[in-house]
Write a new protein. Structure first.
Length: 299
């Protein structure tokens, strides 16, 4: 219960309009509190940025990088967001419904609709920022970084050898890992990661003094975050709840569906202008795209 004040005290501490607006905003349920643990990059005036960072292993007995799946569906200007239960190997009614877009004889336009509704991959890892060109306040700080499939591919490219004889790099290792240069470029209004790359494998050095460096590494390791929270079952709605909400969403958006999403049917009219094909690994799983960062902010 909030603290009470007397009317006399109220008259002495009457708030200005600015104070009132600020207080309302602070207590508004619609505002999303900022998680200071999450890394947020800042672009320069040209829409670019260079951040030198290191992926680091965690003190917790979990994988150094976790994978999650989410759905973000848009139909007739309506939007639907939901964490996908397949993150924890559960069943998902949205994934099941989406298969109808890839049946025998489905047109390219129909498949494109399905691709846009596929579950999106997201990843998270502990990092330490060594140098942030656009936000020096981040230098030396550690964060959780949520990123998409493009960065994941670059990590896996280091962990796995494409050809016999190629060296592998345990990028999360403090001694044998590698520094990552995150080069962000704005291309056609989207953030592009293609120029990002790992450097040659080398120990993580936070101080030129050997003892001081060891102390800093131990402190860094002891302050790493537990990534398992992003897969906490409590974050995921039950199958029936997702099914009910998604069916309601589709109906309200003007899409005709049956009561049972697994048997949902819809007739599609090919648009006058054919949409571009989205390349991805499988027809039921969305790949990384340039708008991932906006997407993962909601997770």
């Amino acid at each position: 219960m909030a603290e009470k004040i007397s009317f006399g005290d109220y008259k002495k501490t009457r708030k200005s309009v600015t104070d009132i607006i600020s207080q309302i905003q602070e207590n508004s349920g619609s505002s999303k509190p900022k998680d200071e643990r999450l890394f947020q990059y800042t672009l320069d005036k040209s829409g670019n940025a260079l951040i030198v960072l290191r992926f680091i292993d965690s003190q917790f007995a979990t994988a150094p990088m976790i994978e999650t799946f989410t759905h973000y569906v848009e139909v007739n200007d309506r939007k639907f967001f939901r964490r996908c239960p397949t993150t924890n190997k559960g069943k998902c009614p949205i994934c099941e419904d989406n298969k109808r877009f890839f049946g025998d004889g489905a047109s390219e336009a129909t498949q494109n609709i399905g691709r846009k509704r596929c579950r999106k991959k997201g990843y998270a890892a502990n990092i330490v920022v060594l140098k942030d060109s656009t936000n020096p306040d981040n230098d030396g700080k550690q964060f959780i970084w949520k990123f998409g499939y493009k960065v994941y591919e670059k990590i896996m490219g280091q962990l796995k050898a494409d050809f016999d004889g190629d060296a592998t790099v345990p990028v999360f290792d403090y001694q044998e890992g590698a520094t990552f240069k995150l080069r962000l470029k704005t291309v056609n209004k989207y953030i592009n990661y293609d120029s990002s790359e790992f450097m040659t494998a080398s120990p993580l050095v936070l101080s030129e003094d050997e003892k001081e460096n060891q102390d800093k590494l131990e402190k860094l390791f002891g302050a790493t975050y537990d990534l398992s929270e992003f897969k906490d079952p409590k974050l995921f709605d039950p199958y029936d709840k997702i099914k009910e909400d998604y069916t309601t969403f589709l109906v309200e958006a003007g899409e005709k569906v049956s009561a049972n999403l697994e048997q949902a049917e819809k007739k599609f009219e090919a648009p006058e202008k054919k949409e571009p094909t989205v390349k991805e690994e499988t027809p039921f799983e969305g790949s990384d795209n340039s708008s991932d960062d906006d997407y993962f902010d909601n997770i």
